[in-house]
Design a protein around this ligand. Structure first.
Ligand code: 5GP
Ligand code: ZN
Length: 140
């Protein structure tokens, strides 16, 4: 099993440092983010160290997503969230700071919940989309 001695989430997974744990099984753990961006902001991790989403074996990814869905449902039921954002950052350019794969579950509330995930469309031409789709398909 991959483990990185200097990794804070490896340590949380082994309970070497404390966290407000929401869920745990032999492979997956969920705990509250220490600096929440909304009420109930939760991180879902694999106990094993993988740098990010792109590095995770697909069978383990499915286990993580399963837990993400249950926590998302629980946020709406119990915290009375009106919606949820689920996101994972891959590398520094995308905002990843802790280099141990994790998924953010961010409950959203109708009034001033403080979080903003604005997606501003880029100007583009239709032909460009076709070309980009071709490039991605080629690499799959
Ligand atoms: P990233 O930017 O890498 O996607 O997000 C890392 C998240 O981990 C941040 O939201 C940050 O607040 C959270 N975090 C960093 N260190 C700790 C910690 O020691 N404990 C907990 N519970 N969360 C942490
Ligand atoms: Zn780690």
């Amino acid at each position: 099993m991959n483990y990185d001695e200097s990794c804070v989430f490896c340590k949380i997974g082994r309970k070497e440092i404390p966290a407000a744990i929401v869920y745990e099984d032999s492979e997956v753990m969920a705990f509250l983010d220490i600096n929440p961006v909304s009420k109930g902001h939760t991180l879902v991790i694999l106990k094993e160290h993988f740098r990010n989403f792109n590095e995770v074996p697909k069978n383990l990814l499915a286990k993580v997503m399963n837990v993400c869905q249950t926590i998302s449902q629980a946020s709406i039921m119990e915290l009375k969230a009106s919606g949820v954002n689920i996101l994972t950052n891959i590398e520094k350019a995308a905002g990843q700071e802790v280099m141990h794969f994790h998924v953010h579950i961010i409950p959203r509330y109708e009034t001033n919940d403080g979080f903003n995930l604005e997606m501003k469309p880029l100007a583009h031409e239709e032909k460009e989309l076709t070309n980009i789709a071709t490039m991605i398909k080629r690499a799959m």
